[in-house]
Design a protein around this ligand. Structure first.
Ligand code: IPM
Ligand code: MG
Length: 363
């Protein structure tokens, strides 16, 4: 089969990690007999520099015409001072919205090989750490109107609106239930229904939707408690479904408790059309261009692409297995070296890590 991939390296370490993921993509193509046609386009700060805006028309058109989008990261201090309306992040938010990618799947699991990098006590992690955060991605405070800054009573005020319609809640709740059904059958809906009307509606709609999924065990948790429970007893969670901003925060937390945010992939999916795959970490400008970045989250995002966009589960398993093998052999980028003396581990750079994974892809 032939697949067209729109590749958006973006800023900071984006180009480095994406380059390694593209190598993996081509290697899988070779081994399994597929053709992955990759076309690179601009997004974020790189697009601002070249075209004046963070999401050029050509990028959006290419993304829409592709079978899937692979993205690195956007943003960096270089663009912090520019006009707020054209921040690099607007490129990412814009493409999510334009492609209708309302469902963001962020699996946080601890690779047994990386247990030493995990920042939780062994007795807590011993019970396992495998949480899927299903984050709503095109609604809530990120996109709600009205928004902006104005002068009231002689001083500046700024506002955002956290707003959800029933249908927006229902469709992400469904993704939560379906995801739980394919895993361990437990769904925890996270909200702030003790304070926010938008969360009260969220909870009502999730409960309504539960009637269509009687095989899934549904629970509810306030977001502050969920943030605490994730570090106190993460093994209680299977799938978490939550709104955009809460999901942004909780998914970083879920990621770091697994040891490194450099390991976690994500899939952003719509009702139809291409999905977007990106690591959940940022552009790490401090280490950009130094061959220090961990490409594994982006490589694992390719694996998610195989599953969710192409139904290529054997290919995905081959990528996951190659990554596990490389870790098992003791190869580590700096972020996953752990706090020990590093005995038995080999520190490698981004390019070498990519090559190691490529070398272990087999059918
Ligand atoms: C993420 C990021 C983005 C978000 C930023 C870069 C706009 O933090 O994907 O989690 O807030 O969604
Ligand atoms: Mg985030």
């Amino acid at each position: 089969m032939k697949y067209t991939i729109c590749v958006l390296p973006g800023d900071g370490i984006g180009p480095e990690i994406v380059a390694q993921a593209v190598r993996v993509l081509h290697r899988v193509g070779e081994v399994f007999g597929h053709e992955f046609v990759c076309a690179t386009h601009l997004i974020g700060g790189a697009a601002i520099d070249a075209t004046g805006g963070p999401l050029p028309e050509a990028t959006l058109a290419a993304a829409k015409a592709s079978d899937a989008v692979l993205l690195g990261a956007v943003g960096g201090p270089k663009w912090d001072a520019i006009d707020k309306a054209i921040r690099p992040e607007k490129g990412l938010l814009g493409i999510r919205k334009e492609l209708g990618l309302f469902a963001n799947l962020r699996p946080a699991r601890l690779f047994p090989e990386l247990a030493a990098s995990c920042c939780l006590r062994p007795d807590i992690v011993g019970q396992g750490l495998d949480v899927m955060v299903v984050r709503e991605l095109t609604g809530g405070a990120y996109f709600g109107q009205p928004r902006g800054e104005e002068v009231r009573g002689g001083e500046r005020v700024a506002l955002n609106t956290m707003i959800y319609s029933e249908s927006e809640i229902r469709r992400i709740a469904r993704v939560g239930f379906e995801t739980a059904r394919k895993r361990n059958g437990k769904l925890c809906s996270v909200d702030k229904a003790n304070v926010l009307e938008v969360s009260q509606l969220w909870r009502e709609v999730v409960i309504e939707e539960a009637a269509n999924h009687p095989d899934v065990e549904l629970s509810h948790m306030y977001v502050d408690n969920a943030a605490m429970q994730l570090v106190r007893a993460p093994s209680q969670f299977d799938v978490i479904v939550t709104e955009n901003l809460f999901g942004d925060i909780l998914s970083d937390e879920a990621a770091i408790i697994t040891g490194s945010i450099g390991m976690l992939p994500s899939a952003s999916l719509g009702a139809s059309g291409p999905g977007l795959y990106e690591p959940i970490h940022g552009s790490a400008p401090d280490i950009a261009g130094k061959d220090l970045a961990n490409p594994l989250a982006t490589i694992l995002s390719v694996s998610m692409m195989f599953v969710h966009s192409f139904g290529l589960t054997d290919e995905a398993a081959a990528v996951d297995k190659a990554v596990a093998e490389v870790l098992g052999e003791g190869y580590r980028t700096g972020d996953i070296m752990g706090t020990g003396d590093g005995a038995g581990l080999t520190r490698v750079g981004c390019v070498e890590m990519g090559g190691l994974v490529v070398g272990r892809i087999r059918n």
